[in-house]
Design a protein around this ligand. Sequence first.
Ligand code: 3H9
Length: 700
Amino acid sequence: MTQAATWETQGPVGVITVDSPPVNALSAAVRQGILAGVMALDADPAVKAIVLLCNGRTFIAGADITEFGKPPKGPPLREVHEAMEYASKPIVAAIHGTALGGGLETALAAHYRVAVPSAMVGLPEVKLGLLPGAGGTQRLPRLIGPERALKVIVDGDPIPAPQAKELGIVDALVDGDLKQGAIAYAEMLVKDGAPVRRVRDVPIDASRLPENFFADFRKGIARKTRGFPAPERIIQCIEAAVDKPFEEGMRIEREGITELMASTESKALRYMFFAEREVAKIPDVPKETTLRPIAKAAVLGAGTMGGGIAMNFANAGIPVTVVEAGQEALDRGLGIIEKNYRNTQAKGRLTAEEVDRRLGLITGSLRYEDLADADIVVEAVFENMDVKKDVFRKLDATLKPGAIMASNTSYLDLNEIAAVTGRPGDVIGLHFFSPANVMRLLEIVRGAETAKDVLATCMALAKTIGKIGVVAGVCHGFIGNRMLARYSGEANKILWEGATPHQIDSVLYGFGMPMGPLQMGDLAGLDVGARARSEFPDLFPIDPKYPVIADLLVERGRHGQKTKAGFYKYGDDRKAVPDPEVERIIAEEAAKRGIERREISAEEIIERCFYAAINEGARELEEGIALRPCDIDIIWINGYGFPSYRGGPMFYADTVGLDKVHAAVEKYRQRYGDRSWKHSWLLEKLARAGKGFADWKDFV
Ligand code: 3H9
């Protein structure tokens, strides 16, 4: 017997128990253990039925992702499933927690499935750029029909057990003790003389599929799955399940997963899976750090940002007070919050009661005194150092001891803000991204004096409010916006040098960004940035050789979508249409400044925009602003829409090869100087050693 799985008999029922913390993933030892258990119990004449279940917090959560890409060890999962399926007595999979991926596929190789009502089942492989590669694409359509199976597998979302029962994935729900319930179910099967029911033998009636079903499905998901090869491969497998014998379908599935496993997209998504978990770990803050209780929150400022932040607390069930300076601004802010909730309700995503409950958790106030009992206050007032300092002095005078004072600043020096208080250890940056109630990213800015328990509490809070928290050090723009300045700076220069807005945007969209930077500017309003630049020249220094073109457009009344003219012109349908007028303005201004214009290739646009950002990211690693390359990648994917199938800018740089990236960075530094292409010794060292950011630790 192996430790990963053990077996025993209880009367006529053999019970195999998998025990491989934390999530009972199908490592070689688990596969070996299940196989041995099935063989032993199948060969035991006293055993009439078998139950497969798991110890710990969950049923099998999938294949062991850490084994992917390594030489195979132990019995293949296919062999385990065949042993189960061809066992001579019924096998019942007993599910609690999450039966995901290979875990659900193992349950599908059993003859019956029972689950506790709280369990979830699903085939999330698509989220790792894969397809279910252990029979899932062939067994699920046989069990629940190809239409439903295709949706379940392409979405990859977990399904609650009661719904899984309705779909026919689960045969029965078990209330109370799962082991006893599953044994009772197995005994009932024995008593009824129930057959071994092999899913592989269930016929599919193809004539019931709507005409053009697969073609229509392909069309329906095309935009959403841009850049991801897995969904198409999944469709091909389900097509095979419909019109080919089981074994032929399995062959097509195997081909698909082998190809996807080797793809950069899947490697990137698997990297992201672990990166998301890694960013939660802060090397010098122990996991056991005692957290400060957060039972009551407050937000200063009822603008777009403040309102969105307040909604996050209310969504998580935390009462929140929103403080504004004037009644009118407060009413407007609270009104927008209510409108947002009602919109969600109208879309059927929240019930009226739930909206009322959440609104009931939000209280408006005009008095700082009402913050006195808050456990955390997030300030989202005007982005100006003097204003922020004034706010923090007042907070310091008002808040109870131990309350966390957070700033939502996206650029300012948090240490300078903290220094005006008598308790800099309680000060932290919580940089929400707009819209704050929607965007998943939360940059958590650690000041020089921020206390460890404040940091740990805010990391935990991020999780509570459904965000992914990433720690950043203090610098201008922190991790994300500091890199963004390089990215958009290059786009601006490239415009001067001859590319059209449409060319730049379509190249970057083609790369996988949700929108190019110029169209994005039009959407956000070009006047917003222009105002910030003119009011705070120190915060947003302008390259005198390449002034910001958006500012020239604003001078001409082109503020973006809202004035129907910006980098593009817009009709009533808000569609961006390239405007020769903009090209004329840029060409004329370039001529005045003596900037030579030329054809610029797509390759140059990608290199300059992304490599400038990557070079800046490398400098952030050198300076300790970012803890790890994966922190940068998580920020860019969740805050800036960098395509997840490229794994974030730093992972992407590794896939290009740092020698190539470094050579290009050097070329551009020579051409444009140090202003936007400052030297990174880390990038140079890694490139010279033939390494990637994945190896950065050995070089700092
Ligand atoms: C697959 O099955 C392919 C098949 O079709 C067959 C191919 C032949 N492997 O998330 P947590 C680790 S693809 C290895 O914090 P939770 C995780 O890294 C797979 N390790 O817990 C973490 O480690 P650490 C399809 C794994 O309670 C620890 O376990 N399955 C795996 O918040 C705790 O994880 C999936 O995609 C794994 N499969 O959530 C499911 N899973 O503590 C992936 C987790 O060192 N897993 N770890 O940071 C999940 O979605 C969540 O982990 C789960 C638990 C919902 C299960």
